[in-house]
Write a protein that binds this ligand. Sequence first.
Ligand code: NAD
Length: 249
Amino acid sequence: MSKTAIITGGGSGLGQSTAVRLAQEGINIAVVDISEKGGNETVEMVKKLGPDAIFIKADVSKADDVKNYVDQTVEHFGSIDYFFNNAGISGSGKFFLDTDISEIESIVGINLLGALYGMRYVAEVMLKNGGGSIVNTASSAGVIGQDSVVTYSATKHGIVGMTKSMVAEYAKDGLRVNSIAPGPTETPMVEAFYRDNPEMKENATSGIPQKRLGTPEEVAELVTFLLTSKANYINGEVIRIDGGFTNTK
Ligand code: NAD
């Protein structure tokens, strides 16, 4: 029987590339996003490759929306085998004392609470069905300290913590939970961030040993490996995919 994946932030960037890559493996996809345009675009891309796909509009920072995307996925596909817990925003790139409270609240709400709510409801369904596999999107800023992203970095370190701790509680019941820590990767989020902060693109590229940004396709390949049975004995990891960036800091 076909497997089913939920992808949050599935309407763009890393989520969209991963939807396409998983579809190439014959996996059905529930595309979750706040953007209808991007979400529906991804659904069309998946369906062209053969598997079934649905779009579910949700703001992941709202627990009711999260419960709803989980319920709708189960109703349509019958189960959830894989979860790419990925939706996130970058923030303004200002130094911490120049950020206002509303920016802090929205980054924490989407990146951290949204990921926790997703894990809470999806893992519940998976464990009822004997297990499943989850990949959470952290970041380079989740494994090292960086300027201009203090709140973002706090949420991404949180992602790494929840990944490891979930494994401590539920690996014995068949759950695998890993996270990825991409360095700067060519997605719409990063293009917008560097448009507002052009000097940071120059600095970022020159600080990467491979002297280029990552591509969404490279990240999708890693996520597909981690989610599927190819990575059956990898659990609680944070895998860096950053051209050597954080390992040379
Ligand atoms: P992106 O902006 O291209 O895609 C993010 C998607 O999330 C968008 O479709 C957006 O509509 C959706 N989204 C935003 N807020 C949402 C909300 N409240 N509810 C539901 N959906 C929402 O960005 P991306 O680069 O693909 O980022 C995906 C993830 O990867 C994020 O968690 C980001 O922090 C992380 N990340 C990205 C990079 C990078 O360089 N691109 C590096 C490290 C980590």
